[in-house]
Unconditional design. Structure first.
Ligand SMILES: [Zn+2]
Length: 224
């Protein structure tokens, strides 16, 4: 749905938009309140994932951003997908103003996990990014093994091992020459994105840009 349509304005009168980071009511079309706009720094981080493939994230995973992402992911605050996606698009445009994208895809959940939660937060982000950039959202990956959640594993070796052979590419007949956006909620060790990028490359995709709402690791190339 187009933000700003008549129907949307009607909905926002009944259910006003709230700031994901503090809960205050905000004007429709704004991603956060004025105070959070001042307090929460966009870092536009660019992190190396695999070879030339990088991950762009607007935020660091801490404080109010962390709380908002956890509400989005575990407490059904699905509407935050719009606020987060707008910040992701801003980061892409700041870092790669000339890049043209052919599609957006996302890190899939295993069907059992999806049934538990009822939604895939990364897919919701991809849908909003696709709408904003006017590109199709495509399911290029499938999760074929129900592994342990990555956040339960602290050590890098275990995280890398835990995602091996877990994803497969399911794309057929698509244009593989354009740049594809691969979307997830956060990037921690990067192991999940590395594995998904490997599968997309194996399926013939030439250029991939990973995006997440937040990066848990402080990078040397961050904006000050
Ligand atoms: Zn706020």
């Amino acid at each position: 749905m187009e933000r700003g349509s008549f129907f949307d304005k009607l909905i926002s009168l009944i259910y006003p938009d709230t700031c994901p980071y503090c809960g205050k009511i905000i004007d429709s079309g704004k991603t956060k309140c004025n105070e959070c706009e001042k307090d929460i720094k966009c870092i536009f981080s660019v992190r190396k994932i695999l070879g030339e493939v990088v991950c762009v994230s607007p935020y660091r995973y801490s404080g109010r951003v962390r709380t908002a992402i956890r509400k989005f992911k575990f407490r059904r605050y699905k509407r935050y997908s719009w606020n987060f996606a707008m910040e992701i698009v801003k980061s892409i445009e700041a870092r790669f103003p000339d890049k043209k994208f052919s599609a957006v895809t996302y890190v899939p959940l295993h069907k059992y996990r999806k049934n538990d939660r009822g939604y895939n937060q990364s897919r919701l982000l991809a849908a909003e990014i696709g709408r904003k950039l006017d590109i199709p959202v495509q399911e290029f990956l499938r999760k074929i093994k129900n592994n342990s959640p990555q956040h339960r594993l602290k050590n890098l070796k275990d995280r890398v091992q835990n995602v091996k052979g877990v994803y497969e590419a399911v794309c057929r007949g698509e244009n593989r020459d354009g740049t594809v956006i691969l979307c997830d909620d956060i990037v921690t060790s990067g192991s999940t994105l590395v594995e998904c990028v490997k599968m997309l490359k194996k399926a013939g995709f030439k250029d991939i840009l990973c995006v997440t709402v937040a990066n848990t690791v402080r990078e040397v190339n961050e904006n000050k």
